[in-house]
Design a protein around this ligand. Structure first.
Ligand SMILES: [Zn+2]
Ligand SMILES: [Zn+2]
Length: 551
């Protein structure tokens, strides 16, 4: 009997972020992506990762990690995991350049990096893997075909079917059809992000001419363009529009500077030194002949555009002669902060151009029409939708069912599911943890409980109560002390804290008469009494910190 294949989904199914799956035969694991989720309501948290405990416990079984492309939701978890695990990382040259810089900046040892060429076939762990090029919003994206004893497993990576990509590197659907006809695709795992959008996505190369028009319309003004620092083909088109309209370029922000240098070194970005201004040259160059490319299109707090909007950028002061172009779309969850940045820039006099007004951005993820084309080409026996919020996964399932797949051949999975592929098909076989692993800016793990405390402190404030009881437990040694932050207005503080103190004195007197001198019990009593009063009076639930001392 052929060995079965196990796939464990550690993240990415039911959310856009922390994509990570372990594919396994005979206890030999190949990890496919290791991403992060951007925190959306988690104070003090820099990134949310898959719960790596299961992987770390099995670190001897892990043979390699394949990175499908360079986005954070696919490789942002690497520095943290690679503090515990060290295995070769496979990826395209651009992806490897990005991950190397990331590991070095986190001071984590760089493991062997193995570069993959388009259409290359490599033995990785227990698998023969064939890598096909895909178009996406960063260069070097790779679809992976895992040849297994249970047939071919095709993982789409993040992809779109761009008929005219900037680098002319097409998604290789022909090879997918070819393998499908000759060997058959047993199981398809495919990107669901845009399954709920009908039609097909706009080609990346259609953005360039629109950008050029915007540049022409804004002649005589300084132009600042914000976009993603890994979106090299967009950066190329911005640079082309600038050069065609007689401008020089300045690149600002550490990640933008680093990625532009990497892409130029790999021949993925064509920019001559003649058009690039250094920071020093930028200071004295005619501002109406400049195009600044920078980060901050998602209103990231430390990024260039956000600093400019707050008047805190060391080089650029925004005024009425500026046009700021957001060549991006808001990542869900960032909308409100982006609008705030738009407003701040507008108040400083800038003209704002964003993708809500003009087609100056296109998605990197295939829409329903493109997903259908992948299903047609691969004609899989089994299908698991991956990479998406839960509704995206369901939307993708519907596309498969409408095409004629039977419900029993489509498996609906979420984070933490472990599935088995054997002679009989694909089935759920168990669960691993789907908990969030939260990490702060120093890379230190932060527990769920601590984040919850921060959320309630931020939302409700806290009240501190100190009660001192005599040793024999007969009386209060002094009037209890109370303090609060964030609960009530300053002018109400004294009166309301006094009322709480009176309530506490009352119940303590009774308790002490009854000889209840157990510190824990008294602490509970103080908390309950104060909590009841606070709830009755304000309907709020600040964090209560009772301290009972027995002297
Ligand atoms: Zn991506
Ligand atoms: Zn992604």
């Amino acid at each position: 009997m052929n060995s079965s294949v196990h796939i464990t989904f550690l993240g990415g199914l039911g959310e856009i972020g922390r994509n990570c799956a372990a594919i396994e035969i005979d206890n030999r694991i190949v990890l496919l992506d290791c991403g992060q989720l951007f925190p959306y309501k988690h104070p003090g948290i820099d990134s949310i990762l898959p719960d790596f405990k299961w992987l770390i416990d099995r670190h001897d079984d892990i043979e390699a990690c394949i990175l499908s492309h360079s986005h954070e939701d696919h490789m942002g978890g690497i520095p943290h995991l690679f503090r515990h695990v060290s295995v070769p990382i496979y990826g395209s040259p651009f992806t490897l350049g990005m991950v190397k810089a990331k590991l070095e900046s986190h001071e984590v040892d760089v493991p062997p990096l193995v570069s993959i060429e388009d259409n290359e076939i490599l033995e990785i762990g227990p698998f023969e893997c064939e890598f096909l090029p895909v178009t996406h919003s960063t260069p070097g994206g790779l679809m992976t075909m895992f040849k297994t004893p249970q047939g071919v497993i095709l993982h789409s990576s993040d992809f779109k079917l761009d008929p005219t990509p900037v680098d002319k590197r097409l998604t290789d659907l022909n090879r997918v059809s070819d393998v499908s006809r000759k060997e058959g695709i047993r199981l398809l795992l495919a990107d669901s992000t845009n399954s709920e959008s009908d039609g097909v996505s706009l080609s990346e190369s259609e953005i360039g001419p629109i950008l050029e028009e915007v540049f022409i319309e804004n002649e005589g003004r300084r132009i600042i363009v914000g976009t993603f620092s890994s979106h090299i083909h967009r950066i190329q088109q911005i640079a082309d529009a600038a050069m065609k309209t007689g401008r020089k370029l300045a690149v600002l922000g550490p990640s933008m500077i680093r990625n532009v240098a990497l892409a130029r070194e790999l021949g993925l970005l064509h920019l001559s030194d003649r058009v690039l201004l250094t920071e020093k040259e930028l200071k004295s160059f005619r501002s109406d002949k400049v195009c600044i490319i920078c980060t901050g299109s998602q209103a990231e707090s430390r990024a260039a555009i956000s600093m400019m909007s707050a008047g805190k950028h060391s080089l650029i002061e925004i005024d009425k002669n500026d046009t700021v172009i957001f060549s991006s779309a808001p990542i869900p969850g960032n909308e409100a902060s982006i609008f705030r940045v738009h407003n701040k820039l507008a108040r400083l006099g800038a003209r704002i151009v964003h993708s809500g007004k003009l087609n100056i951005h296109t998605t990197g993820h295939g829409k329903a029409g493109e997903l259908l084309a992948l299903h047609e080409a691969s004609n899989p026996e089994f299908f698991i939708p991956v990479h998406g919020e839960y509704t995206h996964l369901l939307g993708h399932e519907e596309i498969a069912l409408n095409r004629g797949m039977t419900q029993s051949n489509v498996l609906r999975c979420v984070d933490g599911d472990r599935v088995l592929l054997d002679e009989h098909g694909v089935h759920l076989e168990g669960r691993v943890s789907d908990e969030y692993l939260m990490v702060d800016t120093r890379g230190v793990e932060v527990s769920n409980g601590l984040v919850k405390e921060r959320i309630s402190l931020g939302g409700e404030g806290f009240i501190l109560l100190r009660v001192v009881v005599d040793e024999k437990g007969k009386r209060l040694l002094e009037r209890p002390f109370a303090a609060t932050f964030g609960w009530v207005e300053a002018e109400d503080k004294e009166e309301w804290l006094n009322e709480i103190i009176e309530e506490v004195i009352k119940v303590m007197d009774i308790a002490l008469v009854e000889n209840k001198v157990d510190q824990k019990e008294l602490t509970r009593l103080v908390r309950r009494t104060a909590g009841k009063y606070v709830d009755l009076k304000t309907g709020r639930r600040p964090v209560l910190v009772p301290i009972v001392e027995i002297n």
